[in-house]
Design a protein around this ligand. Structure first.
Ligand code: PLP
Length: 374
């Protein structure tokens, strides 16, 4: 298997640890190990007593129980704890796809969601989100027109990176009905679940609705712990579960013991971590609205419904060139859309960090200066 370049991660690698203002990150504000243990009523001494032997390949049973409790109909047996969330995508696609089948992927998409199916399957077919005046929309007629007798898998991600789109419950059920009707697997990336801006908007997990669902989740985004590398898959189908687990034995064998320990601590205080991050996102969205109103000549802003990011349309120019220029001239990082299989006129904004206010103010100054020299 030949792997194509992971452009989003490479773009971030170029600027992430040197630029002053990260206006595009998808994770949320993080905390220290000490803070996390304190919130979970645990101590650093507890962590110190942890033995560093191999762990169970499927994941620590207590952790799997705690994860299973976050779903309606899932048991610890359906949960596979990973070495990292991204590993879950790699091993799922390996188990599902080969040159005899096709996958349909909702776009724009986080690189791995599209690139891996494209490299593994006979065909990876984009199912484009449609931009409307104020929002994004799923086109089910289009989806059905893309299904062939080779289609094995539909790939979606809700809440959606990079648009902040969230379907309604009715739309989500319709998607599952279509998957069921054509007997397709549904990989649902739920890394941002819990970050719905209105709590009533939260969708049920695909894992609770459909036996042929493969659900990815983890603690990087909603809980703000990306350095923990804690993630899991939920797969009810036993044959598929074993197929995916076999791939995992070649990639990480078993989850890191400290990650499992701290993931269990994080799940004990999950609600607090989530609420903290939702609060930051809401405050930052309050700042974003007047900013985009002020610069409405430049941007078309569709307010996100869920998650930590939004995809903002440039009214003129090329997003990739613009993003590099902005990073070099103003040390402000915005991710351009082509990496996510979308036309080159969108930029991703991220609202999950407390540094957003300062970064947005710096961008505002940059735009005002650019206007003066026009
Ligand atoms: C939609 C989506 N899925 C999976 C991942 C991978 O998560 P992690 O970086 O924690 O492995 C990301 C990270 O940006 C993501 O946005």
């Amino acid at each position: 298997m030949k792997l194509q370049a992971f452009q989003t991660e490479r773009f971030f690698a170029q600027y992430e640890f040197s630029a002053k203002h990260l206006l595009s990150v998808s994770d949320c504000e993080t905390i220290t190990v000490e803070n996390l243990l304190e919130l979970a009523n645990m101590t650093l001494a507890d962590l110190g007593h942890l033995a560093l032997g191999y762990t169970e390949s499927q994941g620590n049973p207590e952790l799997r129980e705690a994860i299973a409790r976050t779903y309606q109909s899932i048991s610890a047996e359906d949960v596979l704890v990973l070495g990292s969330p991204i590993e879950g995508l790699f091993i799922s696609f390996q188990a599902l796809l080969d040159k005899s089948n096709e996958a349909i992927i909702l776009t724009p998409a986080y690189d791995a969601l599209f690139n891996l199916p494209e490299d593994l399957a006979a065909k990876a077919i984009p199912w484009e989100l449609k931009a409307t005046a104020n929002d994004w929309q799923l086109d089910f007629e289009r989806l059905e027109s893309l299904i062939t007798n080779k289609t094995k898998l539909i790939v979606v991600n809700f809440p959606h990176n990079p648009t902040g789109f969230l379907p309604t419950q009715i739309e989500f059920l319709k998607l599952i009905t279509i998957a069921r009707q054509y007997n397709l697997w549904l990989l649902c990336d739920e890394m941002y679940r819990g970050l719905e801006h209105l709590p009533d908007d939260q969708l049920p997990s695909a894992a609770d609705l459909y036996d042929k669902a493969i659900v990815l989740s983890g603690l990087s985004k909603t809980h703000g712990l990306p350095g923990l590398r804690a993630g899991w898959l939920v797969i009810k189908d036993k044959t598929m579960f074993q197929g995916v687990l076999n791939w995992k034995l070649y990639t990480s064998i078993c989850p890191p013991a400290p990650t499992e320990f701290l993931a269990l601590a994080a799940l004990k205080t999950a609600e607090k971590l989530k609420q903290k991050n939702l609060e930051i996102i809401k405050q930052n969205l309050e700042l974003a609205s007047p900013f985009f109103q002020q610069w409405e000549d430049l941007f078309f802003y569709r307010k996100p419904k869920a998650g930590s990011v939004a995809l903002v349309e440039l009214k003129q120019g090329n997003a990739t060139e613009y993003a590099h220029q902005l990073a070099k001239e103003a040390s402000i990082v915005l991710l351009p859309s082509p990496f996510m299989r979308f036309p080159d006129r969108f930029l991703r904004f991220g609202f999950g960090r407390t540094s957003f206010q300062e970064a947005l103010a710096a961008y505002d100054v940059y735009l005002a200066n650019a206007k003066k020299t026009e």
